[in-house]
Design a protein around this ligand. Sequence first.
Ligand SMILES: [Cu+2]
Length: 122
Amino acid sequence: MRGLTRPTRRRFGQGLGTALALAGLPGILRAHDGTHEVTVRIERFAFDPPEIEIIVGDSVTWINGDVAPHTATALSGDWDTGNLERDGQGRITFDSPGEHRYICGFHPHMKGTVVVHAKTDG
Ligand SMILES: [Cu+2]
């Protein structure tokens, strides 16, 4: 950092702030080693199971067993698996506690919930 001009330093600071803000969003970060993986099947235009509970740091993989394409898309807009063709998989890692309701982007009547619990001590 030594020797940087002031405008350069300010730009660097802004960039870092943006990166940290993105890192704080659930679902943006990739899975860490040693965390749990949970699978949600998509069958007959439904998420199975429709509600799951996980711990911070866990990942959820959606697998589409239908011929029709589906997505798992957070109502908050924070995360989205993107289009999943038949047998396609989409994986999201949850890095902060909260309740995430989601739908299929193609079929909004398909609803699911991911409840992310904080890590407990011990
Ligand atoms: Cu769908």
